[in-house]
Design a protein around this ligand. Structure first.
Ligand SMILES: C[S@@+](CC[C@H](N)C(=O)[O-])C[C@H]1O[C@@H](n2cnc3c(N)ncnc32)[C@H](O)[C@@H]1O
Length: 410
């Protein structure tokens, strides 16, 4: 999962409420994301679905996709719309469930709720109930709804696992979920995710696609299907936002899934240690260099410490020194290669040269002429290259996100 560190959830909630209060009060104010009818076009809604939706609801629509492609709502169902906004999806769902069903429209922004309450009263939408609440603490009993729908919301929620656990909790066993949301291909740095303004205005709250799907699977959802993925930001009125979204691989996805069995917390934690997942995380965060360097140090000094400890315990171990040295050099070379690959992201060759130099020095001391001073110098050079590369990668990601935020607030 994308690391979320050091931010204040309250500050992010305030920034998100501020942003969507403006959308509710003045939908034509001009945002870096599509709002209103242009948003419904960007999300590719079938015009027939929008037929029963009053203009006043459509005017403040801010969805990112069309969750109804999942086709999971049936007459008589109780449907929860998480982050209902101005109520477009709630109104469509209210038609689908009919008079025997019910739609619970949950949102945390009072201005959006007021807008929707007026509409519900004015249009006599008797089967919609408007509820003020947080997606991370849904004020509903366990197993009380048949379907959860949500559109463009979870990317704005800091504690996504908690919100997903809440969706699971309120759904009856076998209940269905339809979601449209933003995902990214490249993780955003923790400092960007810590900035409430960036969170509300940019793509920084979104999660990396595979991690997003894994969060649902971990929580116990089955048959998690991506029905469609589209370039939502292509419709952004801001070219800078389009560029930032492209750089992060940000896009909208539409999902369908089913509530399965509850997964014990210990098993959920164990799933996160799946080596394929760990490998993916290292790759996306540019941490292969760190991992290879740590492995090289462990192979070198960890082995020495283990052999010494065994000897102290009276166990003699015969070490194949050539194989040992080859393993250390191979891991140091791997770290240097990973650092060299960072050039593609930040276009600086310094870290790669430093790390390669370090790996060459380690190779020299292992196979040509041993010296502890040169060995330590070799490791220090590789470590320097790894750290330099990491800092440059983080800076390039931060710059991208901030560029998008500056553009969107201009
Ligand atoms: C992008 S808008 C989408 C609104 C609506 N789903 C639509 O399609 O027009 C996001 C909405 O989610 C609400 N929201 C964001 N975070 C929330 C949270 N933690 N709990 C409840 N609502 C939230 C916001 O107030 C806003 O109305």
């Amino acid at each position: 999962m994308v690391a979320v560190l050091g931010y204040s959830r309250e500050q992010i909630a305030v920034a998100v409420k501020e942003m969507y209060s403006t959308v509710a009060a003045d939908p034509e104010a001009g945002f870096h994301f599509p709002v209103g009818r242009s948003a419904s076009r960007a999300a590719d809604y079938d015009e027939r679905l929008l037929d029963p939706v009053p203009d006043r609801a459509l005017a403040a629509f801010a969805g990112v996709g069309c969750p109804f492609r999942a086709d999971v709502i049936r007459p008589g169902n109780v449907v929860l719309d998480v982050g209902s906004g101005s109520g477009v999806d709630a109104i469509i769902a209210s038609r689908l469930v009919g008079p025997a069903g019910k739609v619970l429209a949950l949102d945390m922004t009072p201005a959006m709720l007021d807008r929707l309450r007026d509409l519900v009263r004015g249009e006599g939408l008797a089967n919609i109930e408007v509820i003020e609440g947080d997606a991370a603490r849904v004020p509903l009993p366990d197993a009380s709804v048949d379907v959860v729908t949500s559109n463009g919301v979870l990317n704005l929620v800091p504690d996504k696992r908690r919100a997903i656990a809440e969706i699971f909790r309120v759904l009856r066993p076998g209940g269905r979920v339809q979601i449209a949301d933003i995902v990214i291909g490249l993780p955003v740095t923790p400092d960007c995710r810590a900035d409430p303004k960036l969170w509300a205005e940019c793509v920084v709250g979104a999660t990396v696609d595979e991690d997003y799907l894994d969060m649902f699977r971990d929580a116990g959802f089955d048959d998690v299907e991506v029905l469609r993925s589209h370039d939502y930001f292509r419709h952004s009125p801001s070219p800078e936002t389009q560029e930032v979204a492209r750089s992060f691989g940000a896009r909208a996805i539409e999902l369908r899934m089913r509530r399965g069995r509850r997964v014990p917390a210990a098993l959920q934690a164990l799933r996160r240690l799946d080596p394929r997942r760990v490998g993916r995380q290292l790759h996306r965060r540019g941490l292969w260099g760190v991992a290879a360097l740590a492995a090289a140090l462990l192979a070198c000094y960890g082995t020495l410490a283990a052999v010494a400890a065994l000897a102290a315990a009276g166990v003699a171990v015969a070490l194949d020194e050539a194989a040992w040295a080859a393993a250390i050099v191979a891991l140091a070379a791997l770290a240097a290669l990973a650092v060299l690959a960072g050039h593609r992201r930040h276009r600086r060759i310094g870290p790669g040269i430093t790390a390669v130099l370090g790996a060459v020095v380690i190779g020299y001391v292992m196979f040509v002429s041993y010296s502890i001073v040169f060995e330590l110098a070799g490791f220090a050079l590789v470590a320097g290259g790894v750290a330099w590369d990491y800092i440059l990668r983080q800076r390039s990601v931060s710059r991208l996100a901030r560029k998008g935020a500056v553009a969107s607030s201009a």
